[in-house]
Design a protein around this ligand. Structure first.
Ligand SMILES: [Zn+2]
Length: 81
């Protein structure tokens, strides 16, 4: 497969073109190469896990806050009656 930028022969399927330095292959091909890169994959998982954990803890905090507000209101109403 030749480089899509400069048509330089890329018989060894280099990620970047040896001649012009641009990505030699199509986006589909490069994303496949990216997934095969173990370190990139691991960084992706760590990133998404951290984000997910932060999201869950934030959601739980919001829920706890709402719950405590709800109980405060109920206790107020109960003591008023
Ligand atoms: Zn090129």
């Amino acid at each position: 497969m030749n480089c899509k930028h400069c048509e330089y022969p890329n018989n060894e399927n280099w990620f970047y073109c040896k001649n012009c330095g641009e990505r030699a292959s199509s986006p589909k091909f490069t994303s496949t190469m990216f997934m095969r890169n173990e370190s990139s994959k691991r960084t992706d998982i760590e990133f998404s896990t951290t984000t997910l954990d932060a999201h869950i803890s934030k959601t739980q905090k919001d829920k706890q806050l709402k719950d405590s507000n709800m109980w405060k209101k109920r206790i107020k109403q109960a003591s008023m009656n």
